[in-house]
Design a protein around this ligand. Structure first.
Ligand SMILES: Nc1nc2c(ncn2[C@@H]2O[C@H](COP(=O)(O)OP(=O)(O)OP(=O)(O)O)[C@@H](O)[C@H]2O)c(=O)[nH]1
Ligand SMILES: [Mg+2]
Length: 218
């Protein structure tokens, strides 16, 4: 499916955002590249890299599937801890999407936690692995202490990022604005960092996110 052959309606809204920007990216040409279990397999190359981070079960893999209009290119599960390695997908040979394992999952062994923190420490310490961070939080709840740590890493590193308030299909309309305000306040986000209400389930917010991503694609 080539983007500029599609109508600008309904579920193709994210594709329309790309068309508006004059972009031409075949999102159906998405391939799984590697599940990096160790830092030697991290990819730092010429392609821009969009990294999806957030607590376990918040919907990182679901967001990737939604953007790519695929049911399960990234693996999703109702129980936390589904993604355990750093998974790279290459979209139309132009951009990498990186599905990270989630933080804050209590029910894992000490060894597993250590493995996770070593992998993540190395990932976030290395230069050149992230072009844009997509930090995903749960729109229904106050961000956790781990979310605050993640946001402050992005802020102090200077790495550009956007915050998605996912699962907004579960919110009443009246809850949306106050919840976004609480997320901004808790994460201490400066004005220039965008918070987008998102639903991987319904597709809400995907055109906004795709527009942000397109800024990083040459
Ligand atoms: N209602 C609703 N459910 C969602 C949404 N996004 C994800 N989910 C559900 O949340 C659960 C976790 O989704 P995943 O995509 O596996 O979450 P993850 O962040 O990748 O989880 P880990 O890989 O374990 O860190 C699944 O049951 C999804 O169906 C959403 O926007 N709305
Ligand atoms: Mg996952």
């Amino acid at each position: 499916m080539v983007l500029n052959e599609l109508p600008c309606s309904g579920k193709h809204i994210s594709i329309c955002a790309l068309k508006r920007m004059g972009g031409l990216m075949n999102i159906n040409n998405a391939e799984f590249i590697i599940s990096a279990a160790s830092p030697k397999d991290f990819i730092s190359g010429s392609q821009p890299t969009i990294v999806f981070s957030g607590k376990s079960n918040v919907g990182k893999s679901s967001v990737i599937n939604r953007l790519l209009n695929r049911k399960s290119i990234a693996r999703v599960s109702a129980s936390p801890g589904k993604t355990v390695h750093v998974n790279y997908f290459l979209i139309d040979r132009k951009v990498y999407f990186v599905d990270l394992p989630g933080y804050g999952f209590a029910k894992v062994s000490k060894t597993e936690k250590e493995r996770w923190s070593n992998l993540m420490e190395e990932f976030f310490a290395r230069d050149g692995l992230i072009s844009l961070g997509v930090m995903i939080v749960d729109s229904r709840h106050k961000p956790t202490a781990d979310d605050v740590t993640m946001a402050s890493w992005f802020l102090s590193s200077g790495c550009p990022f956007i915050v998605l308030a996912n699962k907004c299909d579960k919110l009443k309309k009246s809850e949306m604005e106050p919840n976004v305000d609480l997320i901004r306040l808790t994460l201490q986000l400066p004005e220039e960092v965008r918070v987008v209400l998102f639903s991987a389930e319904k597709g809400t917010g995907s055109s906004e996110l795709m527009s942000e991503i397109m800024h990083f694609i040459k």
